[in-house]
Structures are given as C-alpha cells and as structure tokens.
Design a protein around this ligand. Structure first.
Ligand SMILES: Cc1cc2nc3c(=O)[nH]c(=O)nc-3n(C[C@H](O)[C@H](O)[C@H](O)COP(=O)(O)OP(=O)(O)OC[C@H]3O[C@@H](n4cnc5c(N)ncnc54)[C@H](O)[C@@H]3O)c2cc1C
Length: 412
C-alpha cells in the first residue's frame, strides 16, 4: 500500500473543508484533502448567510467566488396565508456583511475547490476515507480510490469535514440525538424559463404551509430554481413513495406559489431525505476535530448550515495552526464552547419557529423596527454578538414577545 504523510488531513471538500484548507494553505501549512466524489457534485444547502462571507474572505476564497456571478441574496422573505415577513440584511443590529449568495452548490463548491487547487492545495477526488486509527496524537488513515488503489496517510491532525459522511462520528461512536428532531425534506430543481423579472424572480422565499411545514423557493442566476419542502416525518408519510408524484402533489398545497411551477419538468427526480438533523456527543478529541455537518446540523429553515460549516472550518484551522506552532490550545473553550454558543442560539430560533412563536413575530402586522433589526442580525448569522438582546436572551425572548403579541399589548 502506498504511504503518504501530511501535517493536516482534511476529510471532505465541501465549504467546511475548503475554508479550512484555504486558511491553512495561506499560512504555509501542508495539508491534504480527501474527497469521496468527483467534482462538480450535487449537494443541497444553496442559500448562504452574510456571516459566511467573512469566513470565505479570511480563507482567501472570496474574490474567486465573486467572479462566478452567483445570484446575490440581500435578505429573505417569509409568507404565510398571504402575510409577508421580509428581512433586509442592510437593516440589522450588527454591521457586518449585508449580502451573500444563493447558488447551485455543484458550481459553488467547484469554485471553492478550484481556487484552492490553483493556490496549491492538494485534493484527492474520488477517494474515500475508510478507516482512521489514532496512535497518541498522530493518525493513520486508510483511503480507497475509485480505481481500486489503497493509500495509507499519516497525519499530525485531522479536520473531519465529511458532512453527512460523518466519518469520525460513525467510527468513534460519537453520534448523538440532535437538538431538533423528526424533520424530513424533499427537493429538486427546475429551469424556470418564465421567471418573473426583478425581486419576485430573485428573492429567496419561504412559504409556510402549516406551522410545522414549509416550502423554499431559491432562484439561481443560471436560470434554474431550487424548490423544496421541509416538514415533520408524519406529514411526509401521507404522500406517494414515488418522489416525483409526491412532489407534484405537494406543489398543489402551495397558496402564494400555487400553479407557478406545475408546467416545468424536474431537472432530476426529487430527492427525499428523512431525519435531516444530526448531532454528536463531542466536537473534538486527541488529534482530531469535527467541523460542519460532520459535527451537527439543525434544520434548513434559516439557511444556517454553510455559515456554521465555514465558521467551524475556519475556527478549527486557526486552532490547528496555533497547536502546530507549539501554542497551547483549549479545544473545549476555544472551539466546542464557541460553536455550541452559536448553535444554541440558532436551535432556539428553529424550535420557536416550529412552535409557531417565531412565526407570530415574523408575521405581526406592525413590527417594531428595533426588534426586527435584532432578529435580522440572527438571520444573517451574527449569533455570537451578545450585545444583541435577541442573541443574549435567545431562550426566552421569542416566547415572551409572542406572548405579548397574543395579548395584543405590544406594538413590536
Ligand atoms: C434539506 C436541506 C436543505 C438545506 N439548505 C441549506 C441552505 O439553504 N443553506 C445552508 O447554509 N445550508 C443548508 N443545508 C445544510 C447544508 O447542506 C450543510 O450544512 C452544508 O453543506 C455543510 O457543509 P460541509 O462542508 O460540512 O459538508 P458537505 O458540503 O456535505 O461536504 C462534505 C464532503 O465530504 C465528502 N465525504 C463524505 N464522506 C467522505 C469520506 N468517507 N471520505 C472522503 N470524503 C467524504 C462528501 O463527498 C462531501 O463532498 C441544508 C440541508 C438540508 C438537509
């Protein structure tokens, strides 16, 4: 078996792995990325949050992405029974970025990988991590290439950014019940030739079907549009097992978008994913760290997946670099606690979305601008700023404001 050695082994070339690799390459650290698939490859997670722009910039990947002409995303619209809750990232509590992109991930992830390769990052595509063994802090990883070749890679440190591959979580028995459970999703793309011009054909929109079920509309700059439904597993069980039939029946349940997509053939058979949330018991151990979806995933309602994937990828790379330079790193405080703080805020928002409390705030007739801006900062991914009351008091504040709306004694 051929043997290789690297300082840092990164599993997975999604946004988490690519931001980690970009940062390490920029700081002259030898790293090797192992990616199971050939790129470009389809994956879901097409609407980003402004916070992730900071991470792409720090990893040296932003200017390459800017050349791609992806659809810019300046905010998001939520619709329920014709009521509209719209958020503009320019009007938020935190300064930060006020725009980002919505993009087909095959092209987006390809652009990230190509930029890293151009700068000298080594990525082995079509290569799957099969087994990892740790000996003290060093690791020995067995990988299998599509052509049948086996390699053994020794590394000082592993960043596991394998997404739903969940390489180390599966191997080390780290899987745990996620913070949000019981949701499934189904999605596809169409070529929307009759797309309306302007905002109506550009703005990402979430249509609420009922408190626990919603639909996404994500138009891309290449003329394709992503459509998807998310709801609890029970809601899905009423539809056909044939995903195309099921998706067509679901489209008929839409109100605002009723009839708009029915004439378009699906570009691929709708993909159904059950139990989309993921969790782990531990985010790091001797010689490794879990980043992005290989660590955890909550729910797509606020498009937080890539923001967390890049935030954790960048944080992990920074700490790994420090460690390599001989500095002491407290992975619990500097990584796990930091990531958990952000995840907790989002999980409150996700939970309160599905209880209906957050929906009361979003669709309230006369919202108070100050509150809207504080919520908007969270929706833009700025979930670590404890100066924002909607971050600091995330556990109670949504419930409390919803209660006041119920009592109709607050103009929020
Ligand atoms: C229905 C749904 C909708 C979503 N919508 C959004 C959204 O709108 N916005 C958003 O930000 N997020 C969204 N997400 C979440 C988003 O998909 C993820 O958070 C994001 O892709 C995570 O990035 P990552 O880099 O961690 O993993 P990935 O992008 O999944 O990359 C992991 C890579 O690892 C590779 N890999 C896996 N196993 C191995 C192995 N054994 N060896 C080598 N390589 C391996 C895979 O091939 C893959 O390329 C959604 C998720 C779901 C389920």
């Amino acid at each position: 078996m051929e043997k290789r050695n690297t300082n840092i082994l990164i599993i997975g070339a999604g946004p988490s792995g690519m931001v980690a690799a970009g940062y390490l390459q920029k700081h002259g650290i030898d790293c090797l990325v192992i990616e199971k698939n050939e790129f470009p490859r389809f994956t879901i997670g097409e609407s980003l949050l402004p916070k992730s722009m900071e991470n792409f910039k720090e990893a040296g990947l932003l200017s390459a992405l800017q050349k791609e002409g992806f659809q810019k995303k300046f905010g998001a619209r939520f619709i329920k029974e014709r009521k509209i809750g719209e958020f503009d990232f320019a009007q938020k509590f935190d300064k930060g970025w006020d725009w980002t992109w919505q993009a087909p991930r095959a092209d987006f992830d390809m652009a990230l990988a190509e930029e890293n390769i151009r700068k000298g990052v080594k990525i082995l595509f079509n290569t799957e991590v099969k087994k990892v063994e740790f000996e003290s802090k060093r690791s020995r990883t067995e990988v299998l290439q599509k052509n049948g070749t086996k390699l053994q890679i020794t590394a000082n440190f592993i960043i596991d950014a394998s997404g739903n591959g969940r390489v180390l979580a599966n191997q080390l028995g780290l899987n745990a019940t996620p913070k949000v459970t019981g949701n499934s999703s189904i999605f596809t793309h169409i070529k929307e030739t009759g797309r309306p011009r302007g905002k109506e054909g550009e703005l990402i929109t979430f249509e609420v079907i009922n408190t626990k079920t919603w639909f996404w509309y994500i138009p891309f700059s290449n003329g394709n549009t992503s459509l998807g439904f998310v709801g609890n597993n029970n809601w899905f069980s009423q539809f056909s097992n044939d995903n195309t039939k099921a998706f067509k029946t679901m489209l008929k349940k839409l109100d605002y978008y009723n009839g708009r997509f029915e004439d378009y053939p699906f570009l691929f058979e709708p993909v159904k994913l059950p139990n989309i949330a993921k969790g782990v018991k531990r985010l790091f151990g001797e010689g490794y760290v879990l980043t992005g979806n290989s660590a955890q995933f909550l729910d797509p309602i606020f498009s937080s997946g890539v923001a967390f994937a890049t935030e954790s990828g960048l944080k992990a790379a920074k700490l790994a670099l420090k460690q390599l330079q001989g500095e002491n790193v407290d992975w619990q405080i500097d990584y796990a606690d930091y990531m958990e703080n952000g995840t907790r805020v989002f999980s409150s928002y996700v939970k309160e979305w599905y209880t209906g409390n957050l929906q009361k705030l979003f669709f309230y007739d006369s919202p108070k601008q100050e509150i809207k801006e504080q919520i908007c900062a969270v929706l833009a991914g700025y979930v670590w700023d404890r100066k924002n009351p909607f971050v600091k008091n995330h556990r109670r504040i949504i419930k409390n404001v919803a209660k006041m709306i119920d009592q109709e004694n607050l103009k929020i």
